[in-house]
Write a protein that binds this ligand. Structure first.
Ligand SMILES: Cc1ncc(COP(=O)(O)O)c(C=O)c1O
Length: 468
């Protein structure tokens, strides 16, 4: 890496991690030069690089200052008291967007292939096929390959969370884990709680099982509205709550430990089971790994779902559910639907986890995601219409934006698609198509000139979408 790029990268990280905040001055050219042992000209080049990226601004005779990121969205969720089936036509068309492999995929909340350990995974696949061909080509047990279940249980032990390999059920991603949990827990017509906004896959799973939903809003400034949860649970028998407590999609928020505890207490009082989707738990940008809800569960009332989709590769389709008292029922449901997960990826993943340091990969990935998101936030501040609001996530893979003046996010998404850019309109993230002035952008792609151009073009299209 060039000297000035290395200095720029250090400063960028400090901005991403909040060490240097909006409005604060960067160290002076003299301080940067002597601190890094480079010439003042190299230090200036580093600052100019950050200025080109829209992260800082030069003030004459004063230095370089960190530019403000946009304000967070002021999403107001409608307060519906009556449980209703999911009724959102936008969800029915989602598969068309997902089928478009020609788009610049800002609609996906997944890490780009270049951020994944693709070579190491390919080597593990090849080695597994060579060494264990017969096993790899045979059926796997419906519950999943035992060594993989043990390695997953081991990772929870490091979070001071007691999990037995006997209750780990391997699934085709977190999505199947959630579907199996709903299948085992609910009957059509039952009521479940979902967050608003929430991941559209959860809404689709709930709809597919013929369930009714009550929506639990997030408070301004983060955190679930737990007072509202109590009201909802008092009024209606609720079978399950499907929640994403760590690095929520699309908000990027984390539920505080005390709130996790309070949430479990409320749900336990009302006999409501919690289906926890912890798929982003390892993707905290500061390196912090918040405990899963399961860590606080003393009554066996939480079904934790997760996967390697966001950390190793979505195409492996390797996820799991911690079944607690429902493990047998979940294994039966898994057998009825797919017999079991494909064997080769399970064996190859065990090989990968034994040969490589997953945590080392995660450290790098988190850093890259934080960096991508920071650059994207600043590009939004620079190129999108004034008044555009943008979330400040603590981790995960999404930015949640609100257009000014009730801008039309559906029109923006359609115009973007016409120019080869995929984005997710806000209407996908609620049971009734709310958030029509919001969009979600994935931040799993490494920042480069093409991406910057796309965010700039989106800003121009957004300006047209907010025209009266
Ligand atoms: C919150 C959440 N859960 C589940 C999924 C799907 O995960 P998987 O690929 O493991 O099925 C996603 C994907 O975006 C997600 O954001």
């Amino acid at each position: 890496m060039l000297l000035y790029s290395a200095i720029a990268a250090t400063l960028r990280d400090q901005i991403a991690q909040g060490v240097l905040r909006a409005g604060e001055r960067l160290p002076s050219i003299r301080q940067l030069a002597s601190g890094h042992g480079v010439s003042p000209a190299t230090a200036v080049q580093a600052c100019l690089q950050l200025e080109r990226e829209g992260l800082v601004q030069a003030r004459p005779r004063s230095g370089y200052y960190v530019l403000a990121s946009p304000e967070p969205p002021r999403s107001t969720a409608p307060r519906r008291r009556v449980p209703r089936p999911v009724d959102n036509p936008a969800l029915a068309r989602l598969h068309e967007l997902l089928a478009r492999t020609d788009l610049l995929a800002l609609h996906n909340a997944s890490p780009a292939t270049e951020l994944l350990p693709a070579k190491a995974l390919a080597t593990s696949m090849a080695r597994t096929l060579r060494r264990s061909q017969q096993q790899a080509l045979d059926y796997a047990p419906p519950q999943g390959h035992a060594p993989l279940r043990r390695l997953i249980a081991q990772r929870y032990a490091r979070l001071a969370t007691d999990v037995s390999p006997d209750e780990v059920v391997i699934t085709a991603g977190s999505m199947e884990a959630i579907s199996l949990a709903l299948r085992v827990l609910t009957q059509p017509g039952d009521v479940v709680i979902v967050e608003t906004p929430t991941y559209h896959g959860i809404l689709q799973a709930v709809a597919a099982h013929g369930l009714k939903v009550l929506e639990l809003p997030h408070r301004q400034g983060g955190g679930l509205d737990l007072a509202r949860l109590d009201v909802l649970l008092e009024q209606t028998p609720v079978r399950a709550a499907v929640l994403v407590p760590n690095f929520h999609n699309p908000l990027g928020t984390v539920l505080a430990d005390a709130d996790k505890q309070a949430l479990l207490d409320s749900c336990s009082r009302h006999g409501t089971v919690v289906i926890e989707d912890d798929i982003y738990g390892d993707l905290g940008w500061s390196g912090e790994r918040p405990p899963p809800l399961r860590h606080f569960d003393t009554r066996g009332q939480v079904l934790t779902c997760s996967s390697f989709s966001k950390t190793l590769a979505p195409g492996l389709r390797l996820g799991w559910i911690l079944g607690t008292g429902w493990t047998d029922a979940l294994v039966r449901a898994k057998y009825h639907s797919t017999v079991g997960n494909p064997t080769l990826p399970q064996l190859a993943l065990v090989d990968y986890l034994e040969q490589h340091d997953l945590d080392r990969h995660l450290r790098r990935l988190r850093q890259q995601l934080a960096d991508n998101a920071c650059r994207m936030q600043h590009a939004i501040a620079r190129y999108w219409p004034e008044g555009t609001r943008c979330s400040s996530p603590k981790g995960g893979l999404s930015l949640w934006l609100q257009l000014p003046d009730d801008g039309d996010a559906d029109a923006l998404a359609a115009a973007a698609m016409g120019e080869g850019i995929g984005i997710s309109p806000g209407a996908l993230f609620s049971s009734r198509g709310d958030y029509r002035d919001h969009v979600r952008l994935g931040c799993g792609m490494a920042w480069d000139a093409r991406l910057e151009k796309a965010v700039q073009r989106l800003g121009e299209l957004a300006a047209e979408a907010v025209q009266p």
